[in-house]
Design a protein around this ligand. Sequence first.
Ligand SMILES: *Cc1c(COP(=O)(O)O)cnc(C)c1O
Length: 459
Amino acid sequence: MSQPNPFRRLPAVSQILTAAELSDGRYPIEEITTAARAAIARLRERIAAQDPLPDGDPLPSLVAEVLSRLEAGSAHVLRTVINATGIVLHTNLGRSPLPEAAAKAAYDAARGYLNLELDLATGERSSRQNAIRAGVRKLTGAEAATAVNNCAAATILALRAVAAGKEVIVSRGQLIEIGGSFRIPEILAVSGATLREVGTTNITRTSDYEKAVGPNTAAILRVHASNYRVRGFTQAVGLEELVAIGRRHGLPVIDDVGSGLAVDLGFPDEPQVRESVQAGADLVLFSGDKLLGGPQAGIVAGKKTWIDKMETDPLMRAFRLDKMTLAALEATLHLYRDPFRAIAETPTLRMLTTPLAELRARTERFAARLRQANPSASFAVQDDVSYAGGGSLPDQALPTVVIAMEASDVTDAELARRLRLGYPAVLGRIQGGKVLLDLRTVFDWQQDDLFRGIALAIT
Ligand SMILES: *Cc1c(COP(=O)(O)O)cnc(C)c1O
């Protein structure tokens, strides 16, 4: 007796298309057809490889497969993740989470119209920069302000305005790379200015700057060595002294401070933007999404003549902020009118200043909940250190408390992978065969999701 042809058991694409689960209009017919062809092709390959199909009608399982292919295909690439790494400014996870007020402002700006470039009082056209000028001036004490896409863009525009075709003096100790191709010598080259290096990696003196000043010098640039430190036999020229040198020779001083710290958090090595303006820097540049805790932006505070010049650069158009970011930045700056409110309502600042005792209590409570629900895994609470991240405070180890998680029959890497692939994805740190979870960077409203994600990953 000959066997029935197993390929005959496969349904036609048209049969799949008429399944009730797929005909509710949720997915375009072309996508369903493509997914159905792929699902049938998979079964055909299986039969060709002498791997028999299970008994019964293959249609229901094919329809289920088509549905899951469609769902996977329509999932967004960008998803919310739970950051349990303890790294507050995690560049790969989007740096600063926004204060609620800023997120709300961005949402409102996104879904409707707004007076982005319109003065409602006069009905005349206005500058989009007006949204942030007063806030930045108040924050820094500068006479003028503007903002662009990021601090890299701000640096390029500042150098073009001040020094295109001329020389800029920079200490060799400040020729840094921030990461992602932001290297000071290359940024200078892009801006059309010429780099005039002075001093050495560890020592640069006033006389080094003085000797470098010539007829073609246009500016002095100071760059905050955000993400590294030179320790030991070192000497650098402070900003006030640089400003004095600049005044003697009629040269503007640009201070790229990067991190944008605007309140006193007790971090001695991190410059505050207000101090740079007070010291007399002509242009002070910093990011919006590092220690300021707002959206991605490059903020410029300083002398009006230079800022006016920057704003007339054709590149300003290429680097300008969109309406959502501007709205979020204005709202973030608004919080800083009261420094205590800024710390309380800006997640980045709040996470960096969470008292250890509070973090410990939160972690103990969560670990107890995990232990009770997941007897097959272990959840030890232990002391550890974390870092601010995002190229800020490289020396500032933050004492922290973590949950060290271990599940029987699952390797640390596999556990971390399962956590990463959950909805929402959970990111921890692997260390010593365990997955470490640091609740410093987990919002209270994420705890139930984290709890479920962990339960799914260890079973
Ligand atoms: C981070 C940083 C930059 C780059 O800022 P982005 O906003 O990421 O473009 C530039 N300069 C310094 C000193 C920095 O720390």
